[in-house]
Ligand binder design. Structure first.
Ligand SMILES: Nc1ncnc2c1ncn2[C@@H]1O[C@H](COP(=O)(O)OP(=O)(O)O)[C@@H](O)[C@H]1O
Ligand code: SF4
Ligand SMILES: [Mg+2]
Length: 335
């Protein structure tokens, strides 16, 4: 393969550590995460609530809330080393143009007293530093909305005039105005009913097909939703990535005992089946202020061995399957 045939990695995270620091002390929900996303990949970041998914997503943006600190590691977005790049360049060159981030509970980001189009003006100004001709911005937004199967006149509405599903799709449309390569969406379907979830997934597919975006990092606790669109799955437990592989392999043959329990907790995978529910996994995730020694999953793990209590497993690469798993059970299969 020649140099020009090698696709650039859009997102390359290496050993990222992130901490919340406040009156409650220090907690570290991102505990050395490495993750690569290539063009064309639709990656699921899955795991129970509280395992650190949103914290990691926020760190990727390079401008986390004050309470959240990037401690160490590297996050590269194409050639931009996020925490070693001038914030102004990050704002104008990287955000919106290369990555777009739609945080959890993003519906609340729409100001109730502003029409959608005025919100769009704010976004364009923030990302480009100027607006120029407002009518041109509105027309550009209308055309973009229409390309995504939404009515152009939605931009003239107030948020309260739109349903939850439509608001969420409007937020996604606004986030992709500049055709970002990577779209990071955090629990975008959680607040929606089943039919609105389907419309949102369809919209993501259409964005990929129309090459408005090239890759997605889809953060969710909901395996049933992730399975509908993701090609690769990354499973997080208590701040660590514990398994990674193709979505199909992870669902059909989960290796890590936690992944197995997570998959089994979904009684059905049919997205049209409203009985699809998350059953609880036995035990509870650890408190980040009191992380168990050894493997973080050992107090809940049915396969626990003596070593698991004292030594944290490293990541084992199972080359024959193109998968990684952080569990002592796979020590002899490491390549
Ligand atoms: N603002 C905050 N201050 C302190 N701790 C927080 C804050 N936000 C999240 N956390 C803690 O960080 C951990 C990971 O949270 P989060 O990344 O939101 O998990 P997930 O998205 O997987 O549900 C949780 O234990 C949560 O309580
Ligand atoms: S390392 Fe041990 S405790 Fe941890 S998941 Fe594997 S078998 Fe279970
Ligand atoms: Mg979250």
């Amino acid at each position: 393969m020649t140099e020009t045939n090698i696709s650039p990695i859009i997102l390359n995270c290496d050993n990222v550590v992130g901490q919340f620091r406040g009156p409650f002390g220090i907690i570290q929900p991102v505990n050395g995460i490495s993750l690569k996303i290539h063009p064309g990949e639709v990656v699921a970041l899955a795991g129970e609530s509280g395992c650190g998914k949103s914290t990691f997503g926020e760190l990727i943006t390079g401008s986390p809330r004050k309470i959240l600190h990037f401690i160490s590691g590297t996050i590269k977005i194409l050639d931009f080393d996020v925490y070693r790049t001038d914030p102004e360049i990050l704002r104008t060159e990287v955000k919106a143009k290369i990555i777009a981030y739609v945080p959890q509970a993003s519906l609340e980001s729409l100001n109730p007293v502003k029409r959608i189009k005025h919100f769009i003006l704010d976004v364009v100004k923030q990302r480009t530093g100027k607006i120029g001709n407002k009518n041109e911005v509105y027309q550009m937004a209308r055309d973009h909305f229409k390309r995504l199967g939404l009515k152009g006149n939605i931009i003239d509405r107030y948020p309260h005039e739109l349903s939850g599903g439509m608001k969420q799709r409007a937020v996604l449309a606004i986030s992709t105005l500049f055709n970002p390569k990577l779209l990071i969406v955090d629990e975008p379907t959680s607040a929606l009913d089943v039919s609105s979830q389907q419309l949102l997934i369809k919209m993501l597919y259409e964005m990929l097909e129309a090459k408005i975006i090239t890759s997605i990092l889809f953060i969710s606790h909901d395996i049933a939703t992730l399975r509908q669109i993701c090609t690769k799955a990354v499973i997080m437990y208590a701040g660590d990535i514990v398994e990674e592989g193709s979505m199909d392999e992870i669902i059909e043959n989960p290796l890590h005992p936690y992944t197995e329990a997570l998959i089994a907790s979904f009684v059905a995978f049919n997205p049209d089946d409203t009985r699809t529910k998350l059953k609880s996994i036995p035990g509870a995730p650890p408190d980040f202020r009191d992380i168990p020694q050894g493997c973080r999953y050992h107090p809940r793990c049915p396969e626990m061995m003596a070593i698991c209590k004292s030594e944290a497993p490293p990541i084992f690469n199972l080359q024959e399957k193109g998968r990684i798993v952080k569990c002592w059970l796979y020590k002899d299969k490491n390549v």
